[in-house]
Structure formats: structure tokens, C-alpha cells
Write a protein that binds this ligand. Structure first.
Ligand SMILES: [Zn+2]
Ligand SMILES: [Zn+2]
Length: 369
């Protein structure tokens, strides 16, 4: 009885698979048959191969739609979630962490490149930077940028209450645009002016991409890239938090080792791993494109968009920097200069007198291009 009730389903499943993917090519089918002693086994292998291929295609399809799917979930949560959660100041911290953890787990379920596989050293380095970004960098940005902006606005008597009365979706879109517009130009500046490149270069020294890698970099860069003018606008908290989480989903997927290539409509507006891995190319010239952290549309508008993808990422012959090396990286030219002076027997007063430094030009040299 069990066989007779299941059989039509199995036939339908196989027919569906064949409609989608066609029959096996003659060569591969005959190769499978020739490797099998019995023709019957060859047919069973072929059907199993069909089913496996269909399973893989389904898996790819599901993973390709995960980024827009997660954006939808985030938006629904902040729009219709229980008030007790939406009003809790820790909710944003938890949802942000959940986004990173979820995408980190997806790396295990559907890996993009074996060379980007997470190990213990990468995991704890990423964890360090993610915790620092969510704590010290957020605190610094509030104290040094957002609070002074709000104070200046108040002292000038400027009010932006109209923003609060815009449709909620429009408020989310405004926050996404304001943050991304600022980040785009800051990022572009970092790739075109040596002092700023020195702060950003550590992020480009990462030698693999993973869900937590977006937060890896020099603390000065992390502070600079987090600056925005959102504080000037009176907006609903949930709209700001929804926008932050949406940007988090997009930029985390754009750094993750997940085999997920979102639909074309998504990739037209939002940054994907393809766009961003090209930006992390080992060839410095190829890094000077696709500056949008999440909104690749800005690159399309301002002429910096470039098609492509890179499996090999890093700078400086793919030298991996330790946390300490990343921290002192912007000051490395000065440190090298002082060391060279000492080696050449020049005193501190000679240094102050302005003797010529001997630089090997290796640090930050790429930005001078
Ligand atoms: Zn960059
Ligand atoms: Zn990056």
C-alpha cells in the first residue's frame, strides 16, 4: 500500500525535475551507465542525480532570495512588532546581533568560497571589532557628532518636526539615503586621499570575507564612516532602527561568505557580495569602485559602479594585519620615519629641525595612486 500511494508522487516529482532541467546529456548519462554494472542501476543513479540537481537549484533559489526576505522581516518587525519590544532600548542591539549571527550561520549552510571559511582566529577578531563598533564607536559618535549636531540645531532654533509626520516608510527611506549618501562620499574620499586611506586601508587588508567583516578596520575609520546628519531630523525611533537594521542586512550579506546572488532588481539598488568583493580586490585600482556600503545605486548615479566579482581579497600581497597592526596603521609612516632617524643617528632636535625622512613608501603607498 505504501508503495502504491507514494509512486504517483515520485513520478510527478521526477517529471517536474525533468521539465525544469531537461534530461541528462547523452554523454553524462552514458558515462554514468558505463560506470555501472547494471543498466537498471544507471537509471536509478540518473534519477537520483536529477533530484539532487533540482535540490541544489532550489537551495540556490532560496538563498538568493534571503537578503530581500530578511529586509522584509526586519521592516515588518519594526512596523508591527509588540510595543514592549519596540520601546526597549536593547531591542536594536539584539536585532543587530541576530542579523550578524543568522548570516554567519548561513555561511555554514551554503558557503561561497572555501578560502573564506571561518576559523577560530577570524571569528574572535571579527567578534572584537563587532563589539567595539556596537559599544565604543557608537558612544563616540553620539558624544562627538550626534549630540553637538542636535545642540547646534537647537541653538539655531531649527525644527524638523515635519519629518516626523512623513509616512513611516518614507522616514525609513530618508534615513537609509542620508546614511548611505554620507558614507558613499566618505568612502570615496578614503580611496582618493592618502591621509584618509591610511585609516581605511586596514579594512582592505582583510584576506577573506565573512558576515562580521564589515566592522573590521581601524577605529578612526569606523568612527569616520559612522558619521551622518540623521540627528538633524526629528524622526520616529522605529523608522531609524528599521533603517539601521535594513542597512545591516544588506552590508552584512555584502561581506558574507554565503552563496547568495540576489535578484537583479535587488542588485540594482543594493550592494551585493559581487559588487563588494570586487571592491576588496587585491589589485588596488579595482578597489576604486562600488563605494556604496549598502546603496550601490549611488555608484550607478555617480559613475563609480563596476561589474565583477573577486574571490581573492586583500592588499599588500594579502598580508593579514593583527588587531594591533590595524590600530597603529595610520601612524605607521610616522613610526617608520622616527625609526629611520634613530637608525641614522639623528637626535630628537634634528627631527624637529626638519631633516628629510627616509620612507620606504610601502605603507599607504597605494592611496597615492
Ligand atoms: Zn574601501
Ligand atoms: Zn568592505
Amino acid at each position: 500500500m505504501r508503495v502504491s500511494t507514494r509512486a504517483p508522487l515520485v513520478v510527478a516529482f521526477r517529471q517536474s525535475a525533468r521539465r525544469r532541467f531537461g534530461r541528462l546529456s547523452g554523454s553524462s548519462r552514458s558515462a554514468r551507465k558505463s560506470s555501472s554494472a547494471a543498466p537498471l542501476n544507471g537509471t536509478a543513479d540518473g534519477d537520483a542525480w536529477d533530484v539532487r540537481k533540482m535540490g541544489n537549484a532550489m537551495k540556490n533559489k532560496v538563498f538568493n532570495h534571503l537578503p530581500p526576505g530578511m529586509i522584509l522581516v526586519v521592516m515588518l518587525f519594526w512596523a508591527f512588532g509588540p510595543a514592549s519590544l519596540l520601546n526597549n532600548p536593547w531591542t536594536l542591539v539584539v536585532t543587530s546581533a541576530l542579523i550578524t549571527i543568522t548570516i554567519l550561520l548561513l555561511e555554514k549552510a551554503h558557503e561561497r568560497h572555501a578560502g573564506w571559511r571561518m576559523d577560530r582566529r577570524e571569528f574572535f577578531t571579527d567578534l572584537f571589532y563587532n563589539v567595539m563598533s556596537a559599544s565604543a564607536i557608537v558612544w563616540l559618535t553620539e558624544k562627538l557628532a550626534d549630540d553637538p549636531l542636535k545642540a547646534a540645531k537647537a541653538s539655531l532654533g531649527v525644527t524638523t518636526e515635519w519629518a516626523m509626520h512623513m509616512p513611516w516608510l518614507l522616514q525609513v527611506a530618508l534615513v537609509v539615503f542620508l546614511i548611505e549618501f554620507g558614507q558613499y562620499w566618505m568612502h570615496r574620499l578614503m580611496h582618493n586621499w592618502a591621509p584618509f586611506w591610511l585609516t581605511h586601508a586596514p579594512h582592505h587588508h582583510i584576506t577573506q570575507l565573512n558576515a562580521g567583516k564589515g566592522a573590521v578596520g581601524n577605529p578612526i575609520e569606523l568612527f569616520l564612516i559612522s558619521l551622518s546628519v540623521v540627528a538633524l531630523f526629528d524622526l520616529q525611533d522605529t523608522a531609524i532602527f528599521a533603517a539601521l537594521n535594513v542597512l545591516s542586512v544588506i552590508s552584512t550579506f555584502a561581506h558574507a561568505n554565503v552563496r547568495s546572488d540576489p535578484p537583479r532588481w535587488y542588485a540594482f539598488f543594493f550592494t551585493t557580495i559581487q559588487n563588494h568583493s570586487l571592491h576588496h580586490s587585491v589589485d588596488y585600482e579595482n578597489t576604486r569602485c562600488n563605494y556604496g556600503n549598502s546603496l550601490i545605486l549611488l555608484d550607478r548615479i555617480f559613475g563609480t559602479y563596476r561589474e565583477g566579482e573577486s574571490a581573492l581579497v586583500g592588499q599588500d600581497d594579502r598580508r593579514r594585519l593583527s588587531i594591533w597592526e590595524q590600530t597603529i596603521f595610520p601612524f605607521q609612516p610616522i613610526i617608520d620615519m622616527i625609526k629611520a632617524r634613530r637608525k641614522n643617528g639623528l637626535s630628537g632636535s634634528d627631527l624637529l629641525a626638519g631633516g628629510q625622512p627616509e620612507r620606504d613608501g610601502s605603507v599607504g603607498g597605494a592611496a597615492a595612486a
